[in-house]
Design a protein around this ligand. Structure first.
Ligand SMILES: *Cc1c(COP(=O)(O)O)cnc(C)c1O
Length: 234
């Protein structure tokens, strides 16, 4: 039986290889895609192991669970990303514990994050509902420009780009969704040359990593391929 540290090391190597291969296949620049390790439901010990192997960015979905791990790992120079649904009563805690928030989809939340975050500017991605899916999170693409302009005017937030969580479906439909997000990203960048950096397209998970990279992702959010399957959430 392989020990946990060896297993994590092998998974990290394989995931890194998959990203570099996808970059090459898409004629993308090497290292143009970052790996965000999605550690929800996984113990702080696993995060420590990956950190020691050079992985510095981790994503979490649940505020309470994340707060415990972040506190336990506070000596480490980890970049923490919040990728879960945002409840408005948690905005203060999110703004003060995380470095990035991927799931901003309305002005009220942006405003609350802005008010709660002083000192370090908080990196923000707007979650877009590219499929207009039943899952109600994500801004409707027709309201994206308005929300982006609103966030660009908030002094404590740094709007870095867009994010999506497409519905599970066929590769063709997924490719369409990813392509649509890339077009929205490029259009925003072109029409609204911000003084700030707008450089991040967070799309692609374990099952669609390669597809997402082929469509322009700059950050893939990988849980299962790194840590193994998660127990189903109650
Ligand atoms: C859990 C989660 C991931 C990771 O998914 P895997 O399929 O395990 O790679 C990525 N993004 C979000 C928003 C998630 O909630």
């Amino acid at each position: 039986m392989m020990d946990r540290a060896t297993q994590l090391k092998n998974h990290l190597t394989a995931t890194d290889y998959a990203i570099r291969t996808a970059e090459a296949n898409a004629a993308r620049e090497r290292q143009s895609v970052r790996l965000l390790a999605v550690s929800k439901t996984k113990p702080a010990a696993d995060i420590k192991t990956l950190y020691a192997l050079g992985q510095k960015s981790f994503g979490e979905n649940y505020v309470q669970e994340a707060a415990e791990k972040i506190n336990e790992l506070k000596e480490f120079d980890i970049e923490w990303h919040f990728i879960g649904r945002i409840q408005s009563n948690k905005t203060k805690q999110i703004a003060t514990t995380f470095d990035w928030v991927h799931t901003v989809d309305r002005k009220k939340i942006a405003n609350r994050l802005n008010e709660a975050s002083h000192g370090k500017p908080l990196n923000i991605l707007i979650q877009v509902n590219v499929d207009l899916a039943e899952t109600k999170s994500g801004v409707d693409p027709t309201e994206l420009t308005d929300l982006a302009e609103y966030i660009w005017n908030l002094p404590n937030l740094k709007l870095r780009g867009l994010m999506s969580i497409p519905d599970p479906k066929s590769d063709d439909q997924l490719r369409q969704s990813h392509r649509q997000l890339k077009i929205l990203f490029d259009n925003l960048k072109r029409d609204h040359p911000a003084p700030k950096i707008f450089d991040t397209l967070s799309m692609g998970m374990t099952h669609d990593l390669e597809l997402a990279v082929s469509q322009g992702s700059t950050m893939v959010r990988i849980g299962t391929a790194l840590f193994g399957a998660r127990a189903p959430k109650e």
